[in-house]
Structure formats: C-alpha cells, structure tokens
Design a protein around this ligand. Sequence first.
Ligand SMILES: [Zn+2]
Length: 467
Amino acid sequence: MPLMRRALLLPALLLVASAAAAQAVTHVNAPVVPTPGAGFSAGLVKDPRIAAVLADIAPARIRYTDSVLVSFGTRHTMSDTVSETRGIGAARRFLYGELRAFSRDCGGCLVVEYDPHDATISRFRDRPVARVVNVLAWLPGRDTTRVVVIGGHYDSCVCSVDAADATSDAPGADDDGSGTSAVVELARVMSKRFPKGFDATVVFALYAAEEQGLLGSTGLAKRLHDDKKTVVASLTDDIVGNVVADDGHTDSTSIRLYAVDSIPSRSGELARYVWGMGTIYTPKFEVRPTFRLDRIGRGGDHSPFHRMGDPGLRFSERLENLKRQHLPTDDLANVNFGYVANVARLNLATVASLASAPNPVDSVVQRRDRASGGQKWQITWKPVSGAARYEVLFRQTTSPTWTQVYDAGTATTFLLDEQLDDGWAAVRAVGADGHRSLTTVAGSGAGAPRPAAVPAPAPTPPPAPAP
Ligand SMILES: [Zn+2]
C-alpha cells in the first residue's frame, strides 16, 4: 500500500509548506488514487446510516408488487381505467394504495398524489388525446425547492400502432414492472427508515405513457421546472430484472447505466457519482457506465430531464432479451427479483446521498497561473449554502472518472498543481456530515454548466421507439 501511506503523510508536509507560502494555497491534501480493479469511488465515502438500510430492500416485496401489476393483464396507457381487475386504472389505484399505506406507517411522511395531464398520442394514426396519470410520492426535505427524482414507468404495451395495442395482453413484468416495483420498494424502505426526510426532497415517480413517447416523465419534468424546483438528479429504473440472454448467457452481477457526458450537462457527473456509490455501497454489484443517452434507438424517462438541463440517467439490466420485451412473453418467470433488489440498493445509496448533500457549486472558473509559468491553474467558485468545505477534483481527458481529489477546506479558490491543458478540473461541495454534491466541471473561464445554457426541450419526443 505505498500510495496509501504517501497519501497519509503528504497532508502534514504540505500544511507546513503552505503556512510558509501564505495565502497561495489554503489547504492541500494528497490525491486519492483509485485502486485498479476496485472501481472508482472518486473520494466519495460511505455513510453507515445509509449502508445499514440497504438490507431492508426485500426481493419478496418487489416480487409481490410486480406480480400484482402483471395480474392486471395490460397497463397500456389507453387501456380500461374503470375495471378493478384489468387495465391501467386498476394498476395506478393499486400503486396509489400501496404508497398511501407506506405513508400511514411512517406517520404521514409521504405526500402521495395522482399527477394527471392530457397529451396527444402522436404514435397512433388518429393522434388521440389521452389522460396521462403519474403516481407520485414525495418525501419532503428540509429544502423543498430541491428534488431528487427516482422513477420507473408502470405502463406496458405490445407496442403496435393501432387500437388493438390498448387491449392486448401486455404483462410488462420486466418492462417496466421491474423498475416500478423497485421504486415502490424504495418508497417503502426510505419512508420507514428516513421519515423525517433528507436535506432535499425525494420524489418517487411512477410514470405513465412512457411507451407513447415519454409523456409522463415529460409532464413531470415540465411541472418541476414550472414550479421553479431545482432537480438535483433524475434517475430511472427501466428494464432492470432480466439476467439471462437468449443464448443462455447469464449476468446477475452487473448493471448498465446510461448518461450523456458532455458539458454543460451534469448527467455525466451523475453517472460518475453513481459509479462511485456502487463501488462503496454495493461493491459486488458492478456498475457499468455508458456515456450515451440510452441504448441505440431506445429511449427512457431520464431523457426529458436531461433535455431540460437536469442531470439524468437510466439503469438497465446488463443482458436484454428483445424476444421478451413489448410482448406477451414479458412475464414474471423471467424477472430475477434478487437482481432487481440489488439495483434498488444502488438506487437507495445514490438517492439518499444526493438528497443529503449540499447544492453543487454554481460555476467554476479556471485561469492559467502565470507565477508557475503556466504549469498550475487557479480554480475559483462561489460559496454554496450548507457546504462545510469544498473539494477540487482532477482527471486526465482520457480517464473516465475523477482520479485525484484535493481538499480545499473552506476556501473558494485553489491553486491546482495539474496541467488542465491535458485534463479536467471540477469542484464539489461537502456537507458537514461528509455527503458530497455532484461535481461542477470548470469551464474555459466562462463559468461552468448552468441549466439555462442548455437548449430548450424538444417540442416533440424523439421518434425512436421507447421501451
Ligand atoms: Zn420501458
């Protein structure tokens, strides 16, 4: 462990040096270097209060929720809404009832609601208008202007483009009964174990009309923006239960996540955060980030948030089988609930950590340091309410995640002894209890990512089929 030992020794030496150098550098810690093969924690640390809750996620509870959803035959957005035994109406009343029961058990800590709006189903030939009804449970935080959204879509389909689509059997056990049931289980466990909530509000979102063009999530994203909420992150579990490929190949120990990684979006920073969370909270469950919006030609409920400038990403099983998606064969027998539970544990660690952390810093400026002949860089940012201190991170452009972490203390400026011509720098806020915000990447002197800098949302959903 030579690197570890050096990391422990260096801060003391540098503190002595920095005292002599007056205000040039407030506080410098040695880099945290990731251990090859052990994943990349990027300096994130485990909170024992969160770790202790992960075992509460129960595969049997997830299976129960999914089996009831499947029993409704179809949950097509335009299916029967009156029947108690078939169609999307029965499904959403069941979900609403479950969430209300959790809220009763936690002394009313969850605010449960139907979230309806009307939308044109442009994928159908006659473009009908349908009632799109999300089911939401809010776990209010101390700051209700900031929200962390964790969602899955409860609608299903066999995804034809005619009226028969709404009446055909579409069990949707994996797509997306699995993600919906995971989110319901998160609402159960997190309301029970954290009834007073976190710093930010958590929204457990069960979307409708994903299959008709992400209509439910688009509606929620617009509503949150109209209400001037800051979306800390939006995560979606979609197709998270199959572990056997068509050729029999099996993978029950890794999960894919999809996020765009380009400035000014923070979605890539969210992916790195989840990657780190997996490394420290669920180390036997491998997180496999892919830096693109989604699988090729596919779409998901993180996309509307990403397009509106919010950090968003999608979880999907490692091995998909298209012979069991959007078909009557998407049944319970092909969902591995132990696997879904592991996805939910990763979700829980991420959501609880982000909701416990301060806001990210708003913008980060980088300037070449002339005193060092251009070898060092001056990094500056504005203070964040609730931040106890700050960390400056660095990675080479070729590194997929942050490899060095420097403690900047309470300062809002830092002299970085790294060559930014060859890499990226970022800053994050650290709360008093050690929770880290998402990182904000230093821009080229013009400030860092801001939602306002992101293009306006697309007027219509993407044409690709949405799973
Ligand atoms: Zn789906």
